[in-house]
Structure formats: C-alpha cells, structure tokens
Design a protein. Structure first.
Length: 605
C-alpha cells in the first residue's frame, strides 16, 4: 500500500513532519540531553523509557522495544495503515497527496477511513446547522442555556441538535450523494430490519461531537432533553472510533493536563462541559464504558511522569461501584489516582453550578488515595465484625500483593491493619500466602511485543555483541560505513538479523545518505525496526581511532574462527563425514572470498 503514494511525496511528508510535535500530542515529553523522554503510550511503566530523537526523527521504547519513525508512531498509536498515516500527516502539513489510478479494491481499502471521517464531519455540520436554526433548534438551544452552558462553550465544543424524525440526516446525506452503506458503517444511520432503507441513529437529541487527538470528529454522543430512557446514546464502534481508546474532551484537555500534571475524569458530557466552563479544563469524560487499560495509558502520557488522575464520581451506588472498578485498572497502569466522591445528590455539573469551582477544588484536594478509598469502601460494605475483617483482608490482598514497591506495600499493610484493628503480622502473612498470576518478562508489553536486542544480548556471546556494536557504529558514526563495506565485514556476521540490517544500512546510506528515519521505513518487521531504533537512539562517543579498534577486534575474531574452521575440516576428513566436510569446505570458500576482498580493498594503516 505504501507504493500507492509517490516516493517524492513520502519524502516531502517526512521532511515536513516533526516527530516531537506528533508524539507530544499523546505523550508528555521532557528534554533529556539531545533527546526527549516520556512514559511509553504502548505499555504500562512507572519510569520513563520512551525516547524520541529530534535529530534522527525516530522513537524507541527501552521498556517494550517499540520503535520507528513518525509514520510508524501514528500507525501503532492510532491503528492506521501506512497510507492513512501518510495522509494524516499530509493534511496536517498542507501537502497535496495525489495517487496513481487504483483498482476498485485498493481504492476501497485506502479511502474507507477517510470517507468515514468525511461523513462524520458533514454530520457534525448538519447537527450544528439544525441547532442554530428552526423552532426545534431554538428549543434545543434554550435547553442548553438553561443547563448553564454559555454560547462560547456551545460553539467551542461544536454542540449540535439531531431533529425529531426518522430520516433527516439520511436524506441530507443522500442529497450530497453519500453512500448509505458507508454512512451506516460510520454509525450515523441504521439499516431497517424490514424492507429497504435506513433511519437516523440520533433523533431529537443534543449531539456532542467526540474528537480524537488530531481534532478530527470520530463519533457522537446524544442526550435527550427530558427524562426519557435511554438518556444517553453513543456512536457504535467503527473503524475510526473505539470506546476503549477514546475519551470525551481529550483534545481540549491536553494543554492543561500537561501544565498541571493532573487530569480529572468524569462520566457525563455536561459534567465535562461544566468543568471546562469553570476553568478546570484538564478534564476528560468516559463514553458509556468503564475505564480501560488503554485509557489509563493515554492519560498517563498526557500528565507525564509523577502525574495523577482524580476520578470524580456521583455519591450514588452506581458511582461508588464505578470508582471501585477503576482501582485495579489504575494500579496496573502505574498511574497515581485519587477518588473524589461528591456529596449526596450531586454530580460535577450540579456541584459546580451550586457551589462554584473554589469549593470543588477544595474537595478535590482532599480526594482519597485509591487504597484508602478501597479500604473505607470495604469497611462500609462488610463492617468490623470478625467475619467482616476477614472479608476485608481477603478483598484487599490481591491489590496489596500487586504493589511492586516494597516500601509502599509495607505502608499499605500497616494502614489496613491499624484501620481494622488486626495485628500487622497477621495481615502480612495473609498477603504472603497470596499467589498472583505469573508476571510477563520485563521486555513484553500488553501487545506481546519484545525487545529483540535486549533478549538476544542476554543469551548470546561476544561475537554477537561485537556485531551489534558494529551496527550501532554504522548508525551513529556513518563515516565508517565505507570502511565496513570495503572490508566486507557484514559477510562474516553470524546473526542473520544483524547481517540483513548491516547490509541494508550500507545499501541505504549509499543511495540516500545517513537518514535514519527513512532507513527505518525499509522494514515492516517491528523487531528489525526495534533493533535499528534502539541502536540509533543513544549517541555514543565515537571517534575514528576507536572505530578502527573495534573493526580490528572483529577481524581478529574472524581469524580465530578461520582457525577453528580448519580444525573442524581436519576432524571431518579423519572421521569420513563427507556431508559435513562438503558443508565446511563451502563455508571455508565463502570466508576466503570475503578475506581476499578485504585484503585487496583495505587501505594501509
């Protein structure tokens, strides 16, 4: 699919793009020397290991091994294909992106996501126009103003109105010659169960557009203006909208989240709008689903290292249960979170309207830590009878056992023991008896990826380490690539992955110069990309003298292997193993060819 976009356009997009800007939209980065550092958006971690190089225009996570260039980041973070990532960047930087004539199947695959985004954008404009005109629109606008929304908020968040009736949007899209099949795939209209035709998904509702991190509308939430049920209706899952990875208001909350290192999480559209309207713009809202691990990773990237989330819930039973469900997710996601349960009868919208932002911030500053909240909830639920205390400890021991830091775990045990009046040693014994599920190796993440460089280095010997150092030298000190090519050192690499990478580096640098971001695009295999980005990302102090010392060390190891090969040939001759002898002689012939080439080409030193 990459071939469908002219190479000169791909190069123009790459040259125009700034990977630091793109990554910064979803990861809070801080400068670390020549690079930038942040918490990885692809796996849970407490200590930042996600590194972005502005010089090389690549990223690499030293925790999970993910790596690549600006295209790779968008593909992995947004679930995009290469053409989709390229087109996203082209739109951002104003680059016209023509393509050659496509077959029907290629055109369908390439344009499906863009068509859906276009349809959603047109639907947003339709809903906006209906809110701002007509009798029904006036009623909807009156409802919004009565709820305390200002005209600025209504305009800034592009609120709209879906008119009453079955096919207003359907007919509007038909008048623009839009495919009803694609509109249904976008979640805007629904096929009728009986007979042909479609009907509008959103009818007689206030409509809240949901935006992605690139400020593109990807779906909608709709709310009735009376007490009818269901009160809220959200877009279904589509190729551009995933509830477990989307949060309402995320695009608007990003700057304040980074400024404060805090994000507030609420549950309703009006709750979020009220928070933003009262100046608490570092707020996002869930979209009719519980918080997921993906949500936590996204939020962690926004608030950065040492940041925190404050979960704001209603005081009713549903709000309490929602808070309890979120505890494990945040604990696994390595993001500090606090729970703010509002006074009885209040949600964030009503509390702010009645009490104001100062009282809200006072309440937020006294929000309970997650473990304290869990402990108090368990005490309220079970009481402090003997049986109640047993159930409290049993309920909380998985959460305590999962705490990685031994000091924090010890403090949690002490807190619980004192709260329920049980000896600390007894609680500790219960925790020690708990057997959690086996942990994955440190180099894996939720996607099952691994860091092949770290894994291979831990189990291979000195030859592999020298080959890896030579590849790193080629990437970080490209002045030596010509010497390595002349000496044909990659012909003697023993690792097939490093052999391929080394030869690709030589070929790429000969054709394109030392452009690491373009080099990364030569591989679709994420493991090979990870090797290149990991070995490129940290500049070592290379000098020609040190480089030549490494080259001579590797050539000495080749000579030692030559001698070992001769011994094996002699042994095969003595044992009469003709098959092994033929194999070893072929290997000797290849080595001799490489040696001759090196001797004839190498300059005198």
């Amino acid at each position: 699919m990459a071939a469908l976009i002219p190479e000169d356009k791909i190069e123009a997009i790459k040259n125009a793009s700034d990977i630091v800007d793109i990554v910064s939209e979803v990861v809070s980065l801080r400068r670390a020397g020549r690079n930038f550092l942040g918490l990885c958006p692809f796996h849970a971690e407490k200590t930042p290991s996600f590194t972005v190089s502005p010089d090389k225009q690549i990223f690499h996570c030293f925790g999970c091994g993910a790596g690549g260039n600006v295209f790779t980041f968008l593909m992995k973070q947004g679930g995009l294909s290469f053409p989709e990532a390229a087109r996203t960047l082209a739109r951002r930087y104003g680059i016209d992106l023509p393509t050659r004539d496509l077959s029907p199947s290629e055109k369908k695959k390439l344009t499906e996501r863009e068509t859906i985004l276009t349809l959603i954008d047109e639907a947003m404009a339709f809903y906006r126009e209906r809110l701002l005109s007509g009798r029904e629109g006036q009623q909807a606008m009156g409802y919004l103003l009565k709820r305390g929304m200002t005209r600025k908020t209504i305009d800034d968040y592009r609120l709209g109105f879906a008119p009453d009736g079955w096919d207003h949007l359907t007919r509007y899209l038909h008048s623009r010659k839009r495919s009803p099949v694609m509109a249904a795939q976008a979640g805007l209209i629904v096929p009728r169960k009986k007979g042909e035709g479609y009907y509008d998904r959103f009818r007689n509702r206030i409509v809240f557009p949901i935006f992605n991190a690139q400020n593109q509308p990807i779906g909608f939430g709709g709310r009735v203006m009376d007490d009818a049920l269901p009160k809220y209706l959200n877009s279904p899952e589509t190729p551009v909208y995933n509830k477990s990875r989307s949060l309402y208001g995320l695009n608007a909350a990003r700057p304040k989240c980074r400024e404060t290192g805090t994000v507030y999480v609420v549950e309703g559209y009006f709750d979020l709008l009220s928070m933003h309207q009262f100046g608490i713009a570092n707020t996002v809202a869930t979209l009719g689903t519980s918080l997921t691990a993906d949500h936590v990773r996204i939020l962690r990237g926004f608030v950065g290292e040492g940041g925190k989330a404050v979960l704001v819930y209603d005081s009713d039973q549903a709000g309490i249960k929602a808070a309890q469900r979120s505890v494990a997710v945040f604990q696994k996601g390595d993001l500090e979170a606090r729970i703010l349960v509002l006074p009885e009868g209040h949600d964030p919208d009503s509390f702010l309207m009645e009490q104001g932002p100062d009282d809200f911030m006072k309440a937020a500053n006294s929000a309970m830590a997650m473990f304290s909240f869990m402990a108090e909830s368990a005490v309220d639920r079970y009481g402090l009878s003997v049986e109640g205390k047993v159930r409290i400890v049993n309920d909380l021991r998985p959460a305590i056992a999962a705490i990685g830091d031994p000091v924090a775990r010890s403090l949690r045990i002490k807190h619980l023991a004192e709260r329920i009046g049980v000896e600390e040693s007894i609680v500790l014994d219960k925790i020690r008896r708990w057997k959690p599920a086996p942990a994955r190796p440190a180099w894996t993440n939720t996607g099952g990826e691994r860091d092949p460089v770290r894994e291979a280095t831990s189990v291979r010997g000195e030859t592999y380490r020298m080959e890896r150092r030579l590849v790193a030298m080629m990437l970080q000190f490209p002045e030596m690539v010509a010497d390595i090519q002349r000496r044909r050192l990659t012909d003697h690499f023993t690792d097939p992955v490093l052999t391929e990478i080394g030869k690709e580096i030589i070929d790429h640098f000969n054709q394109n110069g030392s452009d690491i971001a373009s080099l990364v695009s030569r591989w679709e295999d994420p493991e090979k990309r990870a090797v290149v980005t990991r070995l490129s990302i940290n500049d070592e102090h290379w000098g020609r003298q040190g480089c030549m010392a490494l080259i001579h060390q590797f050539e000495n190891s080749i000579r030692r292997r030559d001698k070992e090969l001769l011994k094996r040939i002699e042994a095969a001759e003595k044992s009469g193993d003709d098959a092994l002898l033929a194999q070893l002689l072929r290997e000797k012939q290849l080595q001799a060819q490489g040696k001759t080439a090196r001797q004839s080409d190498a300059p005198p030193f």
